[in-house]
Each structure stands twice: as structure tokens, then as C-alpha cells.
Design a protein around this ligand. Structure first.
Ligand SMILES: Cc1ncc(C[n+]2csc(CCOP(=O)(O)OP(=O)(O)O)c2C)c(N)n1
Ligand SMILES: [Mg+2]
Length: 332
């Protein structure tokens, strides 16, 4: 088995936290999917089902005062970074108790006090900001790392290339996580890219490029830890490409019928949650009862978060003029 030694070193508590976080993401997304189908959820969402190992593996390798930046698909990153079901569910329902006081919604999940910049839905939009944050950490001699999550589609945007170049030239403590799920909306990557590995693009900026298994949380964690620690020690930025897949449409309106059945089936066999479960059982680290207990606790927390969201107040019209850029205090 891959990583036999590392699995022993990680230990039961950490591995079960990986499991819990991945199930938190999957269960949150499944709950929202049903609320949509029942017509009970406003707006649209881009769901993270299938990619859980990426967010959990990377965020588990961060320190509390590091910062992550996300995209139009931020639910998994927010949960992995420690934002609560309550603040996320309330945000989806546009309530004042939401992480952005109900003014952002799904595509702007974030909470700077918990190390997550409110997500930026413009494809490729967060990369230059991450370079700026990392440069500020470096100039202030802080041992902090800024992490950008983005998709394969974003790697074709100009901002990706400009940001990687600048990050390399300034040698800033940033990590670029490309979650390559093989599709940008309904377009297969083969129609958009003439190379196989996005990680290869790092070379042209004099940056290290790495490839990780985005369906294996242990592999993601170990690779992420390496490159985050390197950035923190002044070793500069890395582009880490994670090969992954989404088990759902691009957004809730997308029935996803452009993904061939066989392709979906082959990725379903690599389900990151089932995969970790298998490893933990095989290595006698955890059993069915451990998983059941965690699953039940998460369902209860989700029930409670829905009650919390429904009972929370709506913003008032005059709240429109609060939290504007010119009155904002930026946490340091
Ligand atoms: C600059 C810009 N162009 C187009 C869009 C519309 N759009 C939103 S998500 C998306 C696809 C992004 O694909 P990828 O970067 O691979 O991320 P994934 O959806 O696979 O997570 C597009 C075209 C946008 N939000 N911003
Ligand atoms: Mg994609």
C-alpha cells in the first residue's frame, strides 16, 4: 500500500479529521442539492462533490494565520478552512449571521478571521491578489503563506501567467493549487490545452511544478505540506496540480450530460471518501462504528444549521451602506 509509513505517522486522530472534513463537505453539498430540488434554496451554486480530498489535504497543511483564496466553487475550501455550517448556511439564505452578513452568497464564501479571503468568482481572479498578499507577508517579515485555489480553466487566463511570473520573480511565499477536474463548465480540457500536465507551465516561470492525486487526501496533504513548508521557509512559490473530478454538473442548472458515462464511472471508483475509509479499515486504524458516529454528528449539525439560518434575521435596507471598501478595517 502507498504511504504505509506515513499513514502510521499521521495517526488515527489526524486521519479521522481528514475523514470528518471530507464528509462535512460531501454532506453539506448533498443537503444543498436536495434543498434545490425541493425549490427551497435561492440562487445557484457550484458544488464540490468529488473534489473533497483537494481542499481537505491542502487546508490541513496550513497554519491558522495563513490565508487561502477561492473561486466560484468555494464550499469545500470554506469548510476545510474551518468556517462553520451555521455561517455558511445562513450566507446561502442571505441572512445577517452569514459569513458575509448575507451580502455575498455562495460564490463569495469567506471569513478573513478564519484565514479565507471571501471567494472571487471571476475565473483566474484570485491569483494576482494571492501574489499581493504573499508579497505583503514577505515585506512585513511574517512567516505566513498565501494559497490560491483555482481550476484547469483558470490556467488559460492571462492572470494565471502574470501571477506565476511575478510570484517567481519576487520569490513570495505563495502556493498555487490547480484543481484539474478536466472540465471548464461543459468544455473538456482536451479542447482547451495542448499539453497534458498544467504543472509543466511552472517551468516557464522558473517555478517548481508538481502533480498530486486529487482523489487521495493523504497524497494531497503530503505534497501540500512539502510546498507550504518550503514557501514559509523562503523557498518560494510552487504550482501544485491536483488531478481530480467533480461528480456533479458545473452549477445546479447543469444536468452534466456532456460527461461520458464511462468516464464518470471510472472516477467514481476513485471516490476520495470511500478510498480513505478502505485504507483506515485495512490498516486497523478505524472501524465502521467510528465512521457512523462521525456521519451522524455531521447530519445533526446540518439540521441545526438549517434551523439557525431560517431563524436568523434578514439584512435591513440601510445595511447596504455598511461594509463598504472605504469603511473597511483589514485584519492584519
Ligand atoms: C473571467 C471569467 N470568464 C468566464 C466566467 C464564467 N465561468 C464561471 S466558472 C467557469 C469555468 C471555470 O472552469 P475551471 O477554472 O476549470 O473551474 P471549475 O469550474 O472546473 O472548478 C466559467 C467559464 C467567469 N466567471 N469569469
Ligand atoms: Mg475545471
Amino acid at each position: 500500500m502507498k504511504y504505509k509509513k506515513e499513514i502510521k505517522e499521521l495517526g488515527k486522530e489526524k486521519l479521522l479529521t481528514f475523514y470528518r472534513k471530507m464528509v462535512e463537505i460531501r454532506s453539506f453539498e448533498e443537503r444543498i442539492r436536495f434543498l434545490f430540488l425541493e425549490g427551497k434554496m435561492p440562487g445557484t451554486v457550484h458544488q464540490y462533490i468529488g473534489q473533497e480530498a483537494c481542499a481537505v489535504g491542502v487546508c490541513s497543511a496550513l497554519d491558522d494565520d495563513d490565508v487561502i483564496a477561492s473561486t466560484h466553487r468555494p464550499h469545500g475550501h470554506a469548510i476545510a478552512r474551518g468556517l462553520s455550517f451555521n455561517e455558511l448556511m445562513a450566507e446561502l439564505y442571505g441572512k445577517t449571521t452569514g459569513c458575509c452578513k448575507g451580502k455575498g452568497g455562495s460564490m463569495h464564501f469567506g471569513n478573513l478571521e478564519k484565514g479565507m479571503l471571501p471567494a472571487i468568482a471571476i475565473v483566474g481572479g484570485n491569483l494576482p491578489i494571492v501574489v499581493g498578499m504573499a508579497l505583503s507577508f514577505k515585506l512585513r517579515k511574517q512567516k505566513r503563506v498565501a494559497v490560491s485555489f483555482f481550476g484547469d480553466g483558470a490556467s488559460n487566463e492571462g492572470s494565471f501567467h502574470e501571477s506565476l511570473n511575478m510570484a517567481a520573480v519576487f520569490n513570495v511565499p505563495s502556493v498555487f493549487i490547480c484543481e484539474n477536474n478536466l472540465y471548464g463548465a461543459s468544455t473538456n480540457i482536451g479542447k482547451m490545452l495542448k499539453i497534458e500536465n498544467i504543472a509543466d507551465r511552472a517551468q516557464s516561470y522558473g517555478m517548481e511544478g508538481m502533480i498530486g492525486d486529487g482523489m487521495d487526501v493523504i497524497d494531497v496533504y503530503l505534497n501540500a505540506k512539502k510546498v507550504i513548508d518550503k514557501a514559509r521557509k523562503g523557498g518560494g512559490p510552487t504550482l501544485l496540480e491536483l488531478k481530480t473530478f467533480r461528480y456533479c454538473g458545473h452549477s445546479r442548472r447543469d444536468p452534466c450530460n456532456y460527461i461520458p458515462k464511462k468516464e464518470m464511472e471510472s472516477w467514481l471508483k476513485k471516490d476520495p471518501i470511500k478510498g480513505l475509509k478502505k485504507v483506515l479499515i485495512k490498516e486497523n486504524i478505524a472501524d465502521i462504528d467510528d465512521f457512523k458516529k462521525i456521519d451522524t454528528e455531521i447530519e445533526k449539525e446540518l439540521d441545526e444549521s438549517l434551523v439557525f439560518a431560517h431563524e436568523s434575521p434578514e439584512p435591513k435596507p440601510e445595511d447596504t451602506f455598511e461594509d463598504l471598501y472605504n469603511s473597511m478595517e483589514v485584519p492584519r
